[in-house]
Write a protein that binds this ligand. Sequence first.
Ligand SMILES: C[S@@+](CC[C@H](N)C(=O)[O-])C[C@H]1O[C@@H](n2cnc3c(N)ncnc32)[C@H](O)[C@@H]1O
Length: 406
Amino acid sequence: MFEPISITREIIGDGSSLLLCGNGAGELPAELAAHEGKVQCVYIDPPFMTGGTFTRRRRFGQKGWRTGSPAPEYPAYDDRFASREDYMVFLRGVLTNAHRLLSPTGVLCLHLDWRASAYARILCDEIFGEDRFLNEVIWAYESGGRARRHFSRKHDVILLYAKSRKYRFDLTKVPLERSAVRRNHMRRQVDETGRAYRSIRSGGKEYRYYDDTPVYPGDVWTDISHLQQRDPERTGYATQKPLKLLDRLLRPVVQPGDMVCDLCCGSGTALVAAQVLGCRVLGMDMSAEAVLIARSRLSLRDMAIETPCAAPARLEATYTPEEGVLLLTDFRAEHPSFPKTERAFDRLESWSAGYIQDGRLVTLQHFHRSPKHPDLPLMCVLPENLPNLAVQTVDAAGRKSVFSWK
Ligand SMILES: C[S@@+](CC[C@H](N)C(=O)[O-])C[C@H]1O[C@@H](n2cnc3c(N)ncnc32)[C@H](O)[C@@H]1O
């Protein structure tokens, strides 16, 4: 029989990457503070001081994951600060933590928009030093509505600051495809050796731009679009950023094996991009549900995850100790948003199995739905006669439960 227990900590492998539910602007928990001075890149995409609230849409059940059909909407996070002063206190907290965590070669990327970027720039000058400023990247896009009483505000601002003069930044890691660079106004020619180039004359001089020499991004990026409604990357988290954007920010700064941190990680985009580049990650978010969305996107190898148990779900399963076979037979979770469904397991979005050791769940197997794999396996093979067997579930509203086998 499986009985609900309250276990907040999950460990997979050596637990050297962290994903925690907590306040990125407050005092850092000891295990995060242990990385002080060792993080190569901190990306922060905090609330922008919009005065609004944001939602997350979650697909429901096998059909929802297969077709992307009606996804219930839940609150994600609140971006309503009582005043600009309150917002700046929050921002100061996150930036101070970021500064502490960064290594001497490290770089901060702070993602904001027109609402707070000017104030944040001054705060960064104060915390990092004016001479540590590297860039104000303008990420311009076309999506969203159009203004009538002023020009449409169609860009975000990403401030880059170095921790010290020894910062690492290799622009050659992000060459652009030449086709992406507009040189329409230049004449295309071929030189005496057969190399194609475009040229322009200015001040009596000819400037040649060869097709086979790389070009690199400047600080205005117009070639990365916001995620579209049906983008396969989309998790339903309202302010999710595109992986391509994070790849361009991280690639010049990090090397495989480096540590990358996001103190307001949301759906985990920066962490996913960092893992793709071979980095370890430290992620934090106030919202447990955001952390669980990030968990479902990440490679969980060598990860420690801390999230509260939030759902009083019920699980029925059988475990055959002599064969190590675990079979889920029923799952119950209630939420007003859940459609009435015949299939109990539609309410289950992901699960993992392992054992309890020192008050933590040591995960051995984990499964979650994805557009490619909408069907959730309900059986797994664990070591035979596994003591302290436990199962963790996340329901379709993004709430975690843990059960131990009695
Ligand atoms: C703009 S979203 C981040 C989106 C993310 N970059 C992504 O691609 O999904 C801002 C996030 O900051 C989180 N947040 C707000 N206040 C926070 C705090 N004090 N500490 C940690 N996270 C916080 C919110 O829960 C939200 O997930």
